[in-house]
Design a protein around this ligand. Sequence first.
Ligand SMILES: Cc1ncc(COP(=O)(O)O)c(C=O)c1O
Length: 438
Amino acid sequence: MNDRRPSRKPSPEVNLNLNVRGISASSTVALNERCNAMLDAGKDVYKLGLGQSPFPVVEPVVEALRRNAGEKDYLPVKGLRALRDSVAGFHQRSDGIECSGDDVLIGPGSKELMFLLQLVYYGDLVIPTPAWVSYAPQAKIIGRQVRLLPTDPANEWRLTPEGLARLCEEDPGRPRLVVINYPSNPTGATYRLEELRRLARVASEHRVLLLSDEIYGELHHKGQHVSIARFYPEGTIISSGLSKWCGAGGWRLGTFLFPPTMHWLLDAMAAAASETYTSTAAPIQHAAVTAFNGGPEIDEYLQLSRRVLGALGRWTHRRFEAVGITCAKPSGAFYLFPDFAAHAEQLAARGIQTSPELVEALLEDTGVAILPGCDFGRAPQELTARLAYVDFDGAAALEAAAQIPKDAPIDEAFLRKLCTRVTMAIDRICDWVAPDSA
Ligand SMILES: Cc1ncc(COP(=O)(O)O)c(C=O)c1O
């Protein structure tokens, strides 16, 4: 006879930590896997979902990795001494900040360092939205309170000093870790000097810990990135790494620069690191010294990267504005955060009322993959999305851009020839949303 009594053996899922239950793989990674499956099935897909640099790793850094492939020893948990010094030199040159290698912590990606920071620092995580996808899930996994601070599209989605002050005045003295990220993923916007000064003043008055995620700093399209640490040096940690400006996301190397008065935090993170990943891959750290030391070849690579990205971002922005898709003017990185609100009525007539429905229909109808605004902390009813304009051959684009005189603009013909898949994808989005404009 069949025994139908329920088994006494608990399902293994019951043992999942409550903070992790219901969390799935990061949406950017999930979308990338879905696109790859569609490509394998022979579909034409335009991958504007994953925020990965289109450019190859700059040659002297690749050469340094070749030279150091034999490095096999575990390195110090805080990072290779020469690399910590070289990262400090990079911040002195780029950001004008007085610092030394003692203030630097190296990790296997800045994402991991952010996780460790949240683990060892007790405080609410304050995130202006729209924001990069991973800050809030990290806080949830660790069990920290998250305060989302919605920003205004009219202000190009930037956190205002007034908004930050209002939040801090709600419960003065409460420990808070405030994240700002610029040039921004997902909007491509950045802060003006005066805004940084005023935000820094509020942060300092309320003694909040500021995590300034400046991983796209070197990809400011005009090379004019300014760190907020200049105005709040005693309370700002600058997060950076190789992933974006050096095109080396898969190498997994991130950096944190701490104020000298916050070595207690650096030490606590290093203690947690020593019990988890031990140290960052040795050949990568040795090669990264070359990257952070900089030099003429790296400067040239950065200037060309900025010119291509700036031209493509501005062109896309103009195309969108022409068909009533609004978005902030891009100043850096390789993202735009278009808002389809002006088309809400005709989209609703097609059964599209939320950002997940919007991106799903777009992918099905046109093959263009972008991410819904709700993945970046916005309400699902808001018809926003994040687009990464990176689906092109970055090596070919850099080579061609090097042939154009420095003071001549990169024009539409260049973009259509060398960033073809992005321009085609943008045409498809515009035709899809406003067929009469074609
Ligand atoms: C805003 C932002 N911060 C941090 C990261 C993580 O970078 P890393 O590769 O250093 O972990 C990313 C990666 O996409 C990002 O977009």
